[in-house]
Design a protein around this ligand. Structure first.
Ligand SMILES: Cc1ncc(COP(=O)(O)O)c(C=O)c1O
Length: 385
């Protein structure tokens, strides 16, 4: 009999992996499922980025291990992006670490900071890796509830002091997945003050900073004075540059945190494929104007969803950022049951809020990574049931 580690046996299967299987089964039966489930951009990066990948891949020397720390050019490009986009200065040698997609960094961050007995503070509903990373590292997590009446912002006063005292790290994410909420700078200041009081490292997860609508511009937490003393920011090319499948992201900010994460990573992985790094460098250094045009596409899709929601008995606030509409399920319904009913009756998959934590019940996350035509069809199908 083989024995699987408790840390794996006790872990729930990754929600989206499970659902992907269920959808594939229905598709195999010939059912045309429209999935509004996952936040994977359906549009390609511009040609100049793909050309850079190709050009780099033509060079024989670019197919070996590419080094542990990312190329100097990529680290400089990340510094350039943070300077141009947020006015934040970063030292490419000590304050920047390229990642194999930010999810990799989020999970490894727990190995770098969580010992048995430690607690990671994680917003709930939230990206599952914040919570599961802590459990895999042998610690636990404390769910910081995000509530509608608080505009989906964490209320730091709710966190018991004895829990905060056992927490080396705290996960925050705005523009938020799954709620689409955004955070004002006063909130970020409150987070920094709280982190200082309890010696907590803020892990600010910012992959949607360039996925914003209606002229809203999302900040980096590193824009706030003194933030680097208590914060590290995770960012990604997945959503900003339509490069989710390429697997490239970054951790930036607090140099000690970057050093600790580097120790974990150098023992686990062997770097990012060089042509991907070269193309990412070009993406970060090159023309950024296409991003605003691309966001108009998402904004139109968001508005299509907001238009059909009431016909389906659901409602939502208009999100200023992210790739999601966070919709309230009809009164008295449980999100999980309702999601399965929509899948069975309309062939439309929408992720129940419970996939993002206990405080997600009563809501569903509608992803807008699908064409206007299919989004409209989803609305039509749903309004008929
Ligand atoms: C909040 C959040 N953080 C991190 C990630 C992971 O992104 P990446 O593709 O960089 O691993 C996602 C992806 O959906 C996300 O929604």
């Amino acid at each position: 009999m083989i024995k699987i580690a408790d840390r794996v046996e006790n872990l729930p299967p990754y929600v989206f992996a499970k659902v992907e299987k269920q959808i594939a089964e229905r598709r195999a039966q010939g059912i045309d499922v429209i999935s509004l489930g996952i936040g994977s951009p359906d549009l390609a990066p511009p040609k100049f980025i793909i050309d850079a990948l190709y050009e780099s891949a033509l060079k024989p020397e670019n197919h070996g291990y590419a080094g542990y720390y990312g190329t100097p050019a990529l680290r400089r490009a990340i510094a350039h992006y943070y300077q141009q986009r947020f006015g934040v200065e970063l030292d490419p040698n000590s304050e920047i670490l390229p990642l194999i997609g930010s999810k990799e960094g989020l999970a490894n961050m727990a190995l770098a900071f969580i010992d048995p007995g430690d607690i990671a503070l994680a917003s709930d509903p939230g990206y599952p890796t914040y919570r599961m990373g802590a459990e895999m590292a042998g610690g636990s997590f404390y769910s910081m509830p995000l509530r509608e009446e608080n505009h989906w912002l964490v209320d730091f006063e709710e966190i018991p002091p004895d829990v905060a005292a056992k927490a080396p790290i705290m996960w925050l994410n705005y523009p938020n997945n799954p709620t689409g909420a955004v955070a004002p700078k006063e909130f970020l200041q409150q987070a920094i003050d709280f982190a200082r009081e309890y010696n907590i490292l803020i892990c600010y997860d910012n992959p949607y900073c360039d996925l914003t609508f209606d002229d809203y511009i999302a900040p980096s937490i590193l824009e706030l004075p003194g933030a680097k003393e208590v914060a590290v920011e995770f960012n990604s090319l997945s959503k900003t540059y339509n490069m989710a499948g390429w697997r490239i992201g970054m951790a930036v900010g607090n140099a000690e945190a970057i050093r600790a994460l580097t120790v974990v990573k150098t023992n686990i992985d062997s770097g990012i494929f060089r042509p991907i790094q070269d193309a990412a460098t070009v993406a970060l250094m090159g023309d950024q104007s296409w991003i605003a045009e691309r966001n108009k596409i998402y904004q139109r899709r968001r508005d299509i969803v907001l238009e059909w929601l009431p016909k389906v008995g659901m409602s939502a606030e208009k999100p200023k950022g992210s790739l999601y509409v966070w919709a309230k399920v009809p009164e008295g319904r449980k999100a999980d049951e309702f999601a399965l009913e929509l899948l069975d009756k309309a062939g439309v998959w929408i992720t129940p809020g419970t996939a993002f934590g206990q405080y997600g019940d009563g809501y569903m996350r509608i992803s807008i990574c699908i064409s206007e035509e299919r989004l409209k069809e989803a609305g039509e199908r749903l309004s008929k049931i």
